[in-house]
Design a protein around this ligand. Structure first.
Ligand SMILES: [Zn+2]
Length: 216
């Protein structure tokens, strides 16, 4: 799941137009930001197996980022941080916490059983990765539904830029589909991190531009 996570951020943005989009985009991938860092640090583990369907990742050890208790803790912490950062925005904490946790729910749909219910023990995952066509259709449906909602919300002056951001997300999804599997866990983490940071920066630049247009 890549672009589907960002769909949640776009939908959440329509509920709180003054909450910066880059924070929502980052929140939707917070668990993966943490995963990238812990993979690079050697604390969580992944095996790359090109024979697997859909995704080449055998995510056999990620208790601190993708177990249910960890996902809940990350969500609560992010919600608390949002309540401090945006004290006057009533929905900020709930939207940020919900967006962070949505990552786990969407991963649950697509991952093979690698998401621990506790810190260890039973692992869940409905495995849509094993049916790549269905998985991609789900992601794109989520994305286009949220993108239409969000795009209709934008002012006319910024719509072309908004389309550019949506196009960038589709390009990243396409790259993800056609690229060969990464050569190592570190490369997987670095390329994922680069994609996520590029989306957050693009969202930040878009809203900076919007503010300038509105101020002019
Ligand atoms: Zn994830």
């Amino acid at each position: 799941m890549f672009i589907g996570h960002f769909a949640v951020a776009l939908a959440a943005k329509t509920k709180a137009p003054t909450l910066p989009l880059w924070t929502l985009m980052s929140a939707s991938q917070l668990l993966d930001f943490a995963w990238c860092a812990l993979i690079l640090a050697g604390i969580e583990k992944v095996r790359i197996d090109p024979t697997l369907r859909g995704s080449p990742f055998d995510l056999y050890d990620m208790p601190y980022t993708h177990s249910l208790p960890a996902a809940l803790l990350w969500s609560l912490a992010a919600g608390f941080a949002a309540s401090l950062a945006f004290p006057r925005l009533r929905l900020a904490a709930a939207l940020i916490a919900g967006t962070v946790f949505s990552h786990w729910l969407l991963d649950l749909m697509v991952h093979r059983p690698d998401l621990s219910v506790g810190i260890s023990g039973i692992k869940l995952g409905f495995g849509l990765w094993n049916w790549p066509g269905i998985e991609l259709a789900l992601e794109l449906t989520l994305f286009f539904a949220a993108a239409i909602l969000w795009w209709r919300d934008g002012g006319a002056a910024v719509r072309m830029r908004a389309l550019a951001l949506l196009a960038w997300l589709l390009i990243l999804q396409l790259i993800d589909e056609i690229m060969p599997p990464p050569s190592s866990p570190a490369m997987a983490a670095i390329s994922a991190l680069a994609a996520y940071v590029s989306v957050s920066v693009a969202a930040w630049r878009l809203e900076l531009h919007n503010q300038r247009v509105r101020a002019a």
